[in-house]
Design a protein around this ligand. Structure first.
Ligand code: ADE
Length: 295
């Protein structure tokens, strides 16, 4: 495993006291860093004011990168066309234009060593399907690593750890990551054993390739970077950020085909509205994702 290239590790206790590995960072100086650092601290520690928050939970390790306002994501793929669309629109496109994130897509075939640009071969074990070869992948990774220090080299695979909001929070605190898209029947095991630092799956189903998974990872990570979405607080109130689904939202008109917006939302009573939102979030989670309340 390659060591994480994070600038600091913070321990966050439930009573908000902050200690650092070298004890030089106090809460006040922590505040001088950016909102993202503080937000991430809250997100990673999974704090919430909901009744399910367990104040007796052991002190949790929160990792955040100070000044992590710029991130670089390199994606290595055999099918770059599959990625240009999803990552070239809306929030992710604007985040790139604002210089919050750089996303570089590399064609694995550019690292093939024969004139046919071969990147896969038959498995020694026989059977159907082609296997991605180690040499082009190693060359691609070596080329990137010769210029940049990477925090993580992620391989997208249905066998990997299940991608969660917590993982997205953590990855949004890194500076440079590589995502290697799996393809064909699989990849030479030596890539998994020696070249990547982690494997991530986006769900228990098999896609034709890892490109859509890579796009999902990048999207979930980039929208958490400071400045990527206009209202930073909205990343905090996402479903899953505190293991609760988001409460329902309404906008005009107040009534449509006899379907009314709940009176409480029109009352102007902020405190009551906040309580209502929390009740709704808990109720929806109980109904739709009771497993989240067990975690
Ligand atoms: N490649 C194929 N299926 C996948 C999945 N479920 N998650 C990540 N990468 C994949």
């Amino acid at each position: 495993m390659q060591p994480l290239n994070l600038k600091c590790v913070i321990l966050l206790s439930p009573v908000f006291s902050v200690l650092t590995t070298n004890n030089t960072l106090c809460f006040q100086s922590l505040y001088q860093y950016n909102l993202h650092a503080i937000m991430t601290l809250l997100l990673i520690s999974n704090m919430s004011f909901c009744p399910f928050f367990d104040f007796h939970k052991p002190v949790e390790t929160a990792i955040f990168a100070m000044n992590s306002t710029h991130m670089r994501i390199d994606i290595i793929t055999a099918l770059p066309e599959l990625l240009t669309g999803p990552l070239d629109h809306s929030i992710i496109k604007r985040a790139q234009q604002k210089g919050i994130v750089e996303i570089h897509i590399h064609n694995l075939r550019d690292y093939a060593f024969d004139k046919h640009k071969t990147i896969d071969d038959y498995p020694f074990s026989g059977g159907g399907g082609m296997v991605m070869m180690i040499e082009p992948i190693d060359r691609a990774l070596a080329d990137l690593k010769s210029r940049i220090n990477y925090d993580e080299i992620i391989f997208t695979s249905p066998d990997g750890e299940l991608f969660t909001q917590r993982m997205a929070n953590q990855l949004s605190c890194t500076e440079n990551i590589i995502i290697l898209c799996g393809h064909y029947k699989g990849v030479d095991q030596r890539v998994r054993d020696h070249l990547v630092t982690r494997e991530i799956s986006i769900g228990d189903y098999v896609l034709t390739g890892g490109e859509l998974a890579a796009a999902i990872l990048a999207d979930a990570i980039v929208r958490l970077l400071p400045g990527a979405i206009s209202d930073e607080e909205s990343a905090l109130t996402d479903s899953f950020q505190d293991n609760l689904l988001a409460p329902p939202l309404y906008t005009r008109p107040k009534e449509y085909k006899g379907w009314k917006v709940p009176d409480i939302l029109l009352s102007g009573n902020d405190k009551e509205i906040e309580n209502w939102k929390m009740d709704q979030a808990i109720e929806r989670t109980r109904l739709l994702r009771p497993d989240l309340l067990q975690e």
